[in-house]
Ligand binder design. Structure first.
Ligand code: XMP
Length: 326
Protein backbone atom coordinates (compact mmCIF):
# COMPACT_ATOMS: atom_id res chain seq x y z
CA UNK A 1 0.00 0.00 0.00
CA UNK A 2 1.29 3.42 -0.97
CA UNK A 3 1.25 5.83 1.93
CA UNK A 4 3.68 8.67 2.48
CA UNK A 5 4.46 7.12 5.84
CA UNK A 6 5.53 3.87 4.18
CA UNK A 7 7.54 5.71 1.57
CA UNK A 8 9.47 7.58 4.25
CA UNK A 9 10.17 4.42 6.29
CA UNK A 10 11.12 2.43 3.24
CA UNK A 11 13.42 5.11 1.84
CA UNK A 12 15.07 5.77 5.20
CA UNK A 13 15.86 2.04 5.44
CA UNK A 14 17.14 1.92 1.87
CA UNK A 15 19.32 4.99 2.37
CA UNK A 16 20.81 3.51 5.56
CA UNK A 17 21.53 0.28 3.73
CA UNK A 18 23.13 2.08 0.81
CA UNK A 19 25.21 4.65 2.68
CA UNK A 20 26.16 2.50 5.68
CA UNK A 21 28.41 4.52 7.99
CA UNK A 22 29.83 6.67 5.19
CA UNK A 23 29.17 10.32 4.46
CA UNK A 24 27.05 12.03 1.85
CA UNK A 25 26.64 15.45 0.38
CA UNK A 26 23.54 16.90 -1.19
CA UNK A 27 23.18 19.85 -3.46
CA UNK A 28 20.33 22.12 -2.47
CA UNK A 29 18.83 24.03 -5.36
CA UNK A 30 16.19 25.92 -3.43
CA UNK A 31 13.51 23.69 -4.92
CA UNK A 32 11.16 21.14 -3.40
CA UNK A 33 12.92 18.09 -4.82
CA UNK A 34 16.38 18.60 -3.40
CA UNK A 35 14.92 19.85 -0.11
CA UNK A 36 12.81 16.71 0.36
CA UNK A 37 15.66 14.43 -0.76
CA UNK A 38 17.97 16.15 1.73
CA UNK A 39 15.41 15.94 4.55
CA UNK A 40 14.96 12.21 3.89
CA UNK A 41 18.68 11.53 3.91
CA UNK A 42 19.09 13.75 6.97
CA UNK A 43 16.50 11.62 8.74
CA UNK A 44 18.37 8.47 7.70
CA UNK A 45 21.97 9.40 8.49
CA UNK A 46 21.80 12.67 10.48
CA UNK A 47 24.87 14.86 10.42
CA UNK A 48 26.84 12.51 8.21
CA UNK A 49 25.00 14.44 5.52
CA UNK A 50 26.32 17.84 4.54
CA UNK A 51 24.17 19.97 2.27
CA UNK A 52 25.91 22.15 -0.22
CA UNK A 53 24.21 25.15 -1.69
CA UNK A 54 25.92 26.44 -4.79
CA UNK A 55 25.19 30.08 -5.38
CA UNK A 56 25.75 30.01 -9.13
CA UNK A 57 24.31 33.46 -9.66
CA UNK A 58 21.45 31.94 -11.68
CA UNK A 59 19.00 32.02 -8.78
CA UNK A 60 15.98 34.25 -8.49
CA UNK A 61 15.75 37.20 -6.17
CA UNK A 62 15.84 36.25 -2.48
CA UNK A 63 16.27 32.54 -3.14
CA UNK A 64 19.70 32.10 -1.63
CA UNK A 65 18.63 33.79 1.59
CA UNK A 66 15.54 31.59 1.71
CA UNK A 67 17.57 28.38 1.51
CA UNK A 68 20.01 29.57 4.16
CA UNK A 69 17.22 30.61 6.51
CA UNK A 70 14.05 28.47 6.02
CA UNK A 71 15.54 25.13 5.21
CA UNK A 72 18.18 25.07 7.89
CA UNK A 73 15.64 26.24 10.47
CA UNK A 74 13.22 23.45 9.50
CA UNK A 75 15.65 20.55 9.37
CA UNK A 76 18.78 21.51 11.26
CA UNK A 77 20.93 20.16 8.43
CA UNK A 78 24.59 20.99 8.13
CA UNK A 79 24.83 23.54 5.31
CA UNK A 80 27.80 24.79 3.34
CA UNK A 81 27.25 27.73 1.00
CA UNK A 82 29.64 28.11 -1.91
CA UNK A 83 29.81 31.36 -3.84
CA UNK A 84 30.50 30.24 -7.39
CA UNK A 85 29.02 33.13 -9.36
CA UNK A 86 32.20 34.09 -11.17
CA UNK A 87 32.97 30.53 -12.03
CA UNK A 88 29.60 29.92 -13.70
CA UNK A 89 29.60 33.23 -15.55
CA UNK A 90 33.05 32.50 -16.92
CA UNK A 91 32.09 28.98 -17.98
CA UNK A 92 28.93 30.24 -19.69
CA UNK A 93 30.54 33.18 -21.49
CA UNK A 94 29.85 33.15 -25.21
CA UNK A 95 27.48 30.15 -25.05
CA UNK A 96 23.95 30.40 -26.48
CA UNK A 97 23.07 26.80 -27.28
CA UNK A 98 20.56 25.43 -24.73
CA UNK A 99 22.00 21.94 -24.48
CA UNK A 100 25.52 23.28 -24.21
CA UNK A 101 24.43 25.62 -21.39
CA UNK A 102 22.78 22.74 -19.52
CA UNK A 103 25.87 20.57 -19.86
CA UNK A 104 28.17 23.36 -18.70
CA UNK A 105 25.98 24.13 -15.69
CA UNK A 106 25.73 20.43 -14.79
CA UNK A 107 29.46 19.98 -15.13
CA UNK A 108 30.32 23.05 -13.04
CA UNK A 109 27.88 21.89 -10.36
CA UNK A 110 29.70 18.60 -10.04
CA UNK A 111 33.11 20.27 -10.00
CA UNK A 112 31.97 22.53 -7.17
CA UNK A 113 30.63 19.50 -5.31
CA UNK A 114 33.96 17.74 -5.69
CA UNK A 115 35.70 20.79 -4.29
CA UNK A 116 33.21 20.93 -1.42
CA UNK A 117 33.84 17.25 -0.77
CA UNK A 118 37.56 17.85 -0.45
CA UNK A 119 36.93 20.74 1.93
CA UNK A 120 34.52 18.74 4.08
CA UNK A 121 37.06 15.94 4.39
CA UNK A 122 39.81 18.41 5.22
CA UNK A 123 37.66 20.11 7.85
CA UNK A 124 36.94 16.74 9.47
CA UNK A 125 40.68 16.35 10.05
CA UNK A 126 42.64 13.11 9.90
CA UNK A 127 39.79 11.09 11.38
CA UNK A 128 37.30 12.27 8.77
CA UNK A 129 35.92 9.57 6.53
CA UNK A 130 35.59 10.29 2.84
CA UNK A 131 32.41 11.55 1.25
CA UNK A 132 31.29 8.89 -1.16
CA UNK A 133 27.66 9.65 -1.86
CA UNK A 134 25.89 12.40 -3.71
CA UNK A 135 22.20 12.89 -2.95
CA UNK A 136 20.02 14.13 -5.79
CA UNK A 137 16.32 14.99 -5.93
CA UNK A 138 15.75 13.30 -9.25
CA UNK A 139 12.05 12.59 -9.88
CA UNK A 140 10.41 10.04 -12.09
CA UNK A 141 9.60 12.55 -14.87
CA UNK A 142 13.26 13.67 -14.92
CA UNK A 143 14.31 10.08 -15.43
CA UNK A 144 11.82 9.55 -18.24
CA UNK A 145 12.48 12.84 -20.02
CA UNK A 146 16.23 12.35 -19.97
CA UNK A 147 15.76 8.93 -21.51
CA UNK A 148 17.15 7.37 -18.31
CA UNK A 149 17.33 3.65 -18.85
CA UNK A 150 14.10 3.50 -20.80
CA UNK A 151 15.49 3.93 -24.27
CA UNK A 152 13.10 6.80 -24.92
CA UNK A 153 14.21 9.86 -26.81
CA UNK A 154 16.19 12.43 -24.88
CA UNK A 155 14.15 15.62 -24.75
CA UNK A 156 16.37 17.75 -22.53
CA UNK A 157 19.47 17.01 -20.52
CA UNK A 158 18.14 17.76 -17.08
CA UNK A 159 21.38 18.58 -15.40
CA UNK A 160 20.78 16.09 -12.61
CA UNK A 161 20.25 13.13 -14.93
CA UNK A 162 21.62 13.49 -18.41
CA UNK A 163 24.24 16.13 -17.80
CA UNK A 164 26.54 14.38 -15.36
CA UNK A 165 30.18 14.09 -16.36
CA UNK A 166 31.42 10.61 -17.14
CA UNK A 167 34.20 10.73 -14.56
CA UNK A 168 31.74 11.24 -11.69
CA UNK A 169 33.44 10.44 -8.38
CA UNK A 170 30.32 9.85 -6.34
CA UNK A 171 27.79 7.10 -6.00
CA UNK A 172 24.32 8.58 -6.40
CA UNK A 173 21.55 8.43 -3.81
CA UNK A 174 18.22 9.27 -5.46
CA UNK A 175 15.38 8.52 -3.04
CA UNK A 176 12.71 10.27 -5.15
CA UNK A 177 13.44 8.47 -8.39
CA UNK A 178 10.08 6.70 -8.48
CA UNK A 179 7.94 9.62 -7.35
CA UNK A 180 5.94 12.34 -9.01
CA UNK A 181 5.92 15.91 -7.75
CA UNK A 182 2.66 15.69 -5.79
CA UNK A 183 3.98 12.60 -4.00
CA UNK A 184 7.22 14.39 -3.20
CA UNK A 185 5.23 17.22 -1.62
CA UNK A 186 3.36 14.71 0.55
CA UNK A 187 6.64 13.14 1.64
CA UNK A 188 7.97 16.61 2.50
CA UNK A 189 4.91 17.26 4.61
CA UNK A 190 5.33 13.93 6.35
CA UNK A 191 8.91 14.95 7.15
CA UNK A 192 7.68 18.16 8.73
CA UNK A 193 8.99 20.64 6.18
CA UNK A 194 7.19 24.00 6.22
CA UNK A 195 4.55 24.94 3.62
CA UNK A 196 6.79 27.53 1.96
CA UNK A 197 9.20 24.78 1.01
CA UNK A 198 6.74 21.95 0.33
CA UNK A 199 4.41 24.03 -1.84
CA UNK A 200 7.15 25.87 -3.69
CA UNK A 201 6.64 25.86 -7.43
CA UNK A 202 9.16 23.98 -9.53
CA UNK A 203 12.28 25.84 -10.60
CA UNK A 204 14.87 24.21 -12.87
CA UNK A 205 18.32 23.38 -11.54
CA UNK A 206 20.03 25.39 -14.31
CA UNK A 207 18.03 28.35 -13.03
CA UNK A 208 17.80 31.58 -14.94
CA UNK A 209 20.61 30.33 -17.17
CA UNK A 210 18.05 28.54 -19.33
CA UNK A 211 15.58 31.43 -19.20
CA UNK A 212 17.81 33.79 -21.11
CA UNK A 213 17.49 32.95 -24.78
CA UNK A 214 20.99 33.87 -25.88
CA UNK A 215 24.24 34.30 -23.99
CA UNK A 216 24.10 34.50 -20.20
CA UNK A 217 25.70 37.63 -18.77
CA UNK A 218 25.60 39.35 -15.40
CA UNK A 219 23.61 42.30 -16.78
CA UNK A 220 21.03 40.06 -18.41
CA UNK A 221 20.66 37.98 -15.24
CA UNK A 222 20.07 41.10 -13.17
CA UNK A 223 17.47 42.31 -15.63
CA UNK A 224 15.65 38.97 -15.72
CA UNK A 225 15.81 38.68 -11.93
CA UNK A 226 13.97 42.00 -11.63
CA UNK A 227 11.28 41.03 -14.14
CA UNK A 228 10.81 37.62 -12.53
CA UNK A 229 10.50 39.12 -9.06
CA UNK A 230 7.74 41.45 -10.28
CA UNK A 231 5.80 38.63 -11.95
CA UNK A 232 6.06 36.43 -8.87
CA UNK A 233 5.07 39.25 -6.57
CA UNK A 234 1.92 40.02 -8.57
CA UNK A 235 0.92 36.36 -9.01
CA UNK A 236 1.25 35.84 -5.27
CA UNK A 237 -0.68 39.04 -4.52
CA UNK A 238 -3.47 37.82 -6.82
CA UNK A 239 -3.61 34.51 -4.91
CA UNK A 240 -2.69 32.46 -7.97
CA UNK A 241 0.28 30.50 -6.63
CA UNK A 242 -1.61 27.27 -6.05
CA UNK A 243 -3.58 27.54 -9.27
CA UNK A 244 -0.61 27.77 -11.59
CA UNK A 245 2.06 25.09 -11.71
CA UNK A 246 4.84 27.59 -12.37
CA UNK A 247 5.41 30.68 -14.44
CA UNK A 248 8.78 30.85 -16.15
CA UNK A 249 9.74 34.41 -17.03
CA UNK A 250 12.00 34.41 -20.06
CA UNK A 251 14.29 37.08 -21.49
CA UNK A 252 14.67 37.12 -25.26
CA UNK A 253 18.12 38.60 -25.05
CA UNK A 254 18.93 38.47 -28.74
CA UNK A 255 15.62 40.02 -29.82
CA UNK A 256 14.99 43.74 -29.84
CA UNK A 257 11.92 45.69 -30.78
CA UNK A 258 11.08 49.34 -31.10
CA UNK A 259 9.07 50.97 -28.35
CA UNK A 260 8.15 54.37 -27.05
CA UNK A 261 8.82 55.08 -23.41
CA UNK A 262 9.12 58.37 -21.54
CA UNK A 263 10.63 60.91 -23.88
CA UNK A 264 11.06 58.85 -26.97
CA UNK A 265 12.06 55.82 -28.94
CA UNK A 266 13.49 52.75 -27.22
CA UNK A 267 14.99 49.63 -28.71
CA UNK A 268 14.66 47.04 -25.98
CA UNK A 269 14.13 43.38 -25.20
CA UNK A 270 10.89 41.40 -24.82
CA UNK A 271 10.06 39.46 -21.66
CA UNK A 272 7.93 36.34 -22.10
CA UNK A 273 5.47 35.19 -19.42
CA UNK A 274 4.95 31.44 -19.50
CA UNK A 275 2.29 30.60 -16.87
CA UNK A 276 1.25 26.95 -17.07
CA UNK A 277 -1.06 24.56 -15.31
CA UNK A 278 0.02 20.94 -15.00
CA UNK A 279 -0.24 17.78 -12.92
CA UNK A 280 3.26 16.42 -13.33
CA UNK A 281 5.13 18.64 -15.86
CA UNK A 282 4.98 15.87 -18.47
CA UNK A 283 2.15 17.74 -20.15
CA UNK A 284 0.91 21.26 -19.48
CA UNK A 285 -1.59 23.83 -20.60
CA UNK A 286 -1.13 27.59 -20.64
CA UNK A 287 -2.91 29.25 -17.72
CA UNK A 288 -5.80 31.55 -18.49
CA UNK A 289 -4.68 34.27 -16.12
CA UNK A 290 -7.03 37.18 -15.36
CA UNK A 291 -6.39 40.11 -17.72
CA UNK A 292 -6.00 42.55 -14.81
CA UNK A 293 -3.14 40.49 -13.40
CA UNK A 294 -1.42 40.28 -16.78
CA UNK A 295 -1.90 44.02 -17.28
CA UNK A 296 -0.39 44.82 -13.89
CA UNK A 297 2.63 42.60 -14.51
CA UNK A 298 3.16 44.07 -17.97
CA UNK A 299 2.91 47.68 -16.79
CA UNK A 300 5.22 47.12 -13.85
CA UNK A 301 7.88 45.24 -15.82
CA UNK A 302 8.06 47.81 -18.62
CA UNK A 303 8.08 50.68 -16.09
CA UNK A 304 10.53 49.20 -13.63
CA UNK A 305 12.96 47.09 -15.64
CA UNK A 306 15.48 48.96 -17.72
CA UNK A 307 15.89 47.79 -21.33
CA UNK A 308 12.56 45.92 -21.41
CA UNK A 309 9.90 47.58 -23.57
CA UNK A 310 7.57 44.69 -24.32
CA UNK A 311 5.90 41.85 -22.40
CA UNK A 312 4.44 38.91 -24.31
CA UNK A 313 2.33 35.94 -23.21
CA UNK A 314 3.11 32.38 -24.24
CA UNK A 315 -0.14 30.58 -25.14
CA UNK A 316 1.35 27.21 -26.10
CA UNK A 317 0.51 23.95 -24.38
CA UNK A 318 3.02 21.12 -23.79
CA UNK A 319 3.23 19.46 -26.20
CA UNK A 320 4.14 21.01 -28.58
CA UNK A 321 6.07 23.53 -26.46
CA UNK A 322 8.05 22.45 -23.42
CA UNK A 323 7.45 24.42 -20.21
CA UNK A 324 10.87 26.08 -20.28
CA UNK A 325 12.09 27.76 -23.45
CA UNK A 326 15.39 25.90 -23.43
P1 XMP B 1 10.20 21.16 -19.61
O1 XMP B 1 10.80 22.47 -20.03
O2 XMP B 1 11.04 19.98 -20.02
O3 XMP B 1 10.20 21.18 -18.04
O4 XMP B 1 8.78 21.01 -20.05
C1 XMP B 1 9.53 20.24 -17.25
C2 XMP B 1 9.73 20.62 -15.79
O5 XMP B 1 11.07 20.40 -15.41
C3 XMP B 1 11.69 21.62 -15.00
N1 XMP B 1 13.05 21.56 -15.54
C4 XMP B 1 14.14 21.20 -14.85
N2 XMP B 1 14.31 20.85 -13.56
N3 XMP B 1 16.61 20.53 -13.94
C5 XMP B 1 15.54 20.53 -13.11
O6 XMP B 1 15.71 20.23 -11.92
C6 XMP B 1 16.54 20.88 -15.24
O7 XMP B 1 17.52 20.88 -15.97
C7 XMP B 1 15.23 21.21 -15.71
N4 XMP B 1 14.76 21.59 -16.93
C8 XMP B 1 13.43 21.79 -16.80
C9 XMP B 1 10.82 22.72 -15.57
O8 XMP B 1 10.92 23.92 -14.81
C10 XMP B 1 9.46 22.08 -15.50
O9 XMP B 1 8.91 22.17 -14.20
Amino acid sequence: DWTTHNVVDEQVALIRAQVGDKRAICGLSGGVDSAVAAALVNRAIGDRLTCVYVDHGLMRKGETEQVEKDFVAATGVKLKVVDAQERFLTALAGVSDPEEKRKIIGREFIRVFEQAQAEIVAEAGEHGESVDFLVQGTLYPDVVESGGGTGTANIKSHHNVGGLPEDLQFELVEPLRKLFKDEVRMVGQELGLPEEIVQRQPFPGPGLGIRIVGEVTKERLDLLREADAIAREELTAAGLDREIWQCPVVLLADVRSVGVQGDGRTYGHPIVLRPVSSEDAMTADWSRLPYEVLAKISTRITNEVRDVNRVVLDVTSKPPGTIEWE
